[in-house]
Design a protein around this ligand. Structure first.
Ligand SMILES: Nc1ncnc2c1ncn2[C@@H]1O[C@H](COP(=O)(O)OP(=O)(O)O)[C@@H](O)[C@H]1O
Ligand SMILES: CC(C)(COP(=O)(O)O)[C@@H](O)C(=O)NCCC(=O)O
Ligand SMILES: [K+]
Length: 257
C-alpha cells in the first residue's frame, strides 16, 4: 500500500516512498537522480521497491523528460502515475495566479506543503515559500491560505553561467559568501547569494505590509542548505516541502474514508 512521490525539476528527479499517502507517514526510501541519468532508475534504485499503490508527482521539466519518467515507471509496475496540475484551489490553498494552470506545479505543491506545515504548527498566519533549485521562486501566501503571487529568479548556477558567458573576465572558482568581498570569486558567490536573500527579504516585507503580520518563511530545494546560513530573514529549512505537499494532496484525493 505504498505511495511513491515524484518531483521532477529542471535539474534532478527527486523521489520518495512512504508507507501510506498521509503527511507524517513513514519514509521507506528516497533518492535523487540528475535528469540525464533517469534511464537508470528502472534497472537501478527502483528495482528493490515494492510496486507502489499510488504514484503522484509534479513535473516542470519538459514533456520529453516526463515521457521518459513514465517509461521508467511502466517498465516496472502497472500503477498509473497521476500528475499535479495547478488549479484555482486545492488542499486549503487558493491560487491568485492570472492563469492558475500556468503556475509551475512544483510551486503549487510546495505551497500546499508549507500551508499544511504552518497550520500544524499553530494558528493561521501569512507565509513566504522559497524554493532554491535550478531557478529560485519566492511565493507569498496570506493568512487565509490565498497565494497572492510570487517571483522567479535565476538560481545560483544560472546566474554564474550568465555572467561567465556575458563577460571576458569572470571565469573563477567558487568563492565564499562575505559581507564585503575583495576578490572576484567571493564577489560572484556573494552576489548570487545576496540576490536570493534580498529577494526573500523584499517579499517578506511586501507580505508583512499587506497582511500586517510578520510572515513565517519556509525554504526548500536542492540548494536550500547553501542559502540557509546567509538569509537575512529568519527562515525554516524544510527539505521535504514538496513531498509534504504531495502527501497532503494524495491524502485528500486518494486515501479511503
Ligand atoms: N548534492 C547535490 N546534488 C545536486 N544538486 C545540488 C546538490 N546540492 C546542491 N545542489 C544544487 O541544487 C540545484 C538543484 O536543486 P533541485 O531542487 O534538484 O533543482 P530542480 O528542482 O530545479 O531540479 C542544482 O542547481 C545545484 O546547484
Ligand atoms: C519556475 C520554474 C522554472 C522553477 O523550476 P525549478 O527550478 O524547480 O526546476 C517552474 O516552476 C516553472 O516552469 N514554472 C512555470 C511558470 C510559472 O510558474 O509561472
Ligand atoms: K523544484
Amino acid at each position: 500500500m505504498t505511495f511513491l512521490a515524484l518531483d521532477v525539476g529542471n535539474t534532478r528527479l527527486k523521489w520518495a516512498v512512504y508507507e501510506t499517502p498521509c503527511v507524517g507517514a513513514k519514509l521507506l526510501a528516497h533518492g535523487a537522480q540528475f535528469l540525464e541519468n533517469i534511464e537508470t532508475l528502472s534497472d537501478g534504485e527502483w528495482t528493490s521497491l515494492a510496486e507502489p499503490k499510488w504514484v503522484l508527482g509534479c513535473v516542470v521539466a519538459g514533456d520529453p523528460v516526463k515521457r521518459r519518467v513514465m517509461e521508467q515507471l511502466d517498465e516496472l509496475w502497472d500503477t498509473q502515475p497521476q500528475w499535479v496540475v495547478s488549479t484555482a484551489s486545492e488542499a486549503g490553498v487558493s491560487n491568485g495566479y492570472d492563469h492558475p494552470a500556468r503556475l509551475g506545479s512544483d510551486r503549487w505543491v510546495a505551497m500546499i506543503g508549507a500551508r499544511q506545515r504552518l497550520l500544524a504548527s499553530g494558528p493561521p498566519r501569512p507565509c513566504v515559500v522559497v524554493m532554491v533549485g535550478t531557478a529560485v521562486t519566492v511565493e507569498a501566501i496570506d493568512t487565509e491560505g490565498r497565494f497572492l503571487g510570487g517571483i522567479i529568479l535565476p538560481g545560483h548556477g544560472i546566474m554564474l553561467r550568465a555572467l561567465e558567458s556575458g563577460t571576458a573576465g569572470l571565469h573563477v572558482p567558487t568563492g565564499d559568501v562575505c559581507d564585503f568581498p575583495t576578490n572576484t570569486s567571493d564577489a560572484l558567490t556573494s552576489g548570487g547569494t545576496f540576490a536570493i536573500s534580498g529577494a526573500v527579504q523584499r517579499m517578506a516585507d511586501n507580505l508583512q505590509r499587506h497582511c500586517g503580520v510578520v510572515p513565517a518563511v519556509y525554504m526548500t530545494g536542492g540548494a536550500g542548505w547553501k542559502m540557509a546560513p546567509s538569509m537575512s530573514t529568519p527562515c525554516e529549512l524544510v527539505d521535504s516541502l514538496i513531498f509534504d505537499g504531495l502527501l497532503e494532496i494524495a491524502h485528500r484525493r486518494m486515501a479511503p474514508g
